[in-house]
Write a protein that binds this ligand. Structure first.
Ligand SMILES: [Zn+2]
Length: 375
């Protein structure tokens, strides 16, 4: 493929690693850092002393990578040991040498590399998800019922197996343009959208297959962590008939609890609820629920934001009666809030077309008209 790298594209390539800045994130991250420090196994503080130039941050511990010696600094963490807010060890990962590890095996690798001697007993309790350090793990029986162990903890974003070449980045950029998405460079930065030539439905990178795609993170509002992702194949022209248009991370648990765009919402503006990724990218201040049905857990996530106004803008083929119950529940969960739905049937006399077909400018108008109660 021959691609003309324009000045614009070059600019985008140069700035695409810039992280979004959002005041709400900063506040949550600060408290999360304290939480982690309070709850982790004490041996992790030993690791912190052995890790060169280490520092604590909202997701855990960063510092020089003990495997490739890549340097980290706040805002530019190359090597990261991640913990959940209850202090559970989630895994570590290096952006530069891509070395990663989780569980007691991962800890053993890390500890050996740092030249520390830690007993098997301690390594096992460092790896344990248990809050009470060494006791019985209360959540074990629930966890065992889930299909995929990757569902039990947030994932690192982007996944370590991603192969984002300049070619695939430009192909993805063009694809978004073709779908009528506006301010593409901003949205790539803001949402952490990724492009990859390959995909692995697990998170391990052990089952890679060729699949040129755009990848979008699904997160929770309550912990600001990424729990899953969906992807869209970029090139339909070359798509073999047995190749799906879309592939999502394996497991089911993350799908019913997380949403696309939930971390990036401005909670002082109306929160719009749409079905899919491209609808969300075409609708201001929206989240994608990843389907036509919103789950109880997703409703709870939205309720935790305590917005004064939620607007359902699911695709026009969803009858209002189908999500009337969700609207009712959301009103119950957030006392005093307003929950509206876009009345597609009467809007502009054009029934067809999901938010992505309408485009961002028209969606803005539809949201405002819905707020004003006119169709
Ligand atoms: Zn490294």
């Amino acid at each position: 493929m021959i691609i003309d790298i324009s000045l614009l594209a070059q600019k985008i390539l140069n700035k695409r690693y810039i992280k979004p800045k959002n005041k709400r994130h900063v506040r949550l991250f600060m408290s999360n850092k304290d939480n982690i420090f309070r709850n982790i196994h004490p041996m992790w503080k030993e690791i912190a002393r052995s890790l060169r130039r280490s520092f604590w941050m909202h997701k855990g511990l960063s510092g020089e990578c003990p495997f490739c010696h890549a340097q980290s600094e706040p805002g530019k963490e190359r090597f990261l040991i991640r913990f959940s807010s209850n202090g559970s060890f989630l895994g570590y990962n290096c952006f530069i040498c891509t070395k990663w590890g989780k569980g007691s095996r991962g800890i053993k690798d890390l500890v050996t590399n740092l030249g520390l001697k830690i007993s098997f007993f301690d390594i096992n309790s460092m790896a344990s998800n248990d809050d009470s350090l060494g006791g019985h793990n209360k959540t074990k029986s629930i966890e065992n019922n889930l299909d995929d162990e990757d569902d039990l903890s947030p994932i690192y974003w982007p996944p370590p197996w991603i192969n984002e070449t300049d070619d695939i980045f430009l192909e993805g950029f063009n694809y978004l343009e073709k779908r009528g998405i506006l301010n593409i460079a901003n949205k790539i930065d803001m949402y952490g959208l990724k492009f990859s030539t390959v995909i692995d439905q697990k998170n391990s990178g052990s089952n890679l297959r060729k699949y040129p795609c755009i990848l979008a993170p699904f997160a929770k509002a309550t912990d600001n962590e990424v729990w899953g992702w969906t992807s869209r194949r970029l090139n339909d022209v070359g798509r073999p008939s047995n190749e799906p248009k879309s592939i999502a991370k394996s497991g089911r648990g993350w799908k019913s609890t997380s949403m696309f765009g939930v971390r990036e919402l401005d909670i002082n503006k109306p929160i719009v609820i749409v079905e899919g990724l491209f609808s969300s990218l075409s609708t201001p201040n929206s989240v994608a629920i990843g389907g036509k049905q919103i789950s109880e857990a997703q409703l709870n996530e939205l309720a935790s934001l305590e917005s004064g106004l939620y607007i359902f803008a699911l695709d026009p083929d969803v009858k209002p009666s189908v999500y009337a119950n969700s609207i009712y529940q959301l009103r119950q969960k957030v006392p005093g809030t307003k929950v509206l739905n876009v009345n597609w049937e009467y809007y502009g006399g054009v029934e067809r077309g999901d938010p992505n077909d309408r485009g961002e400018e028209e969606m803005k108008k539809i949201i405002v008209d819905t707020m004003k109660g006119k169709y």
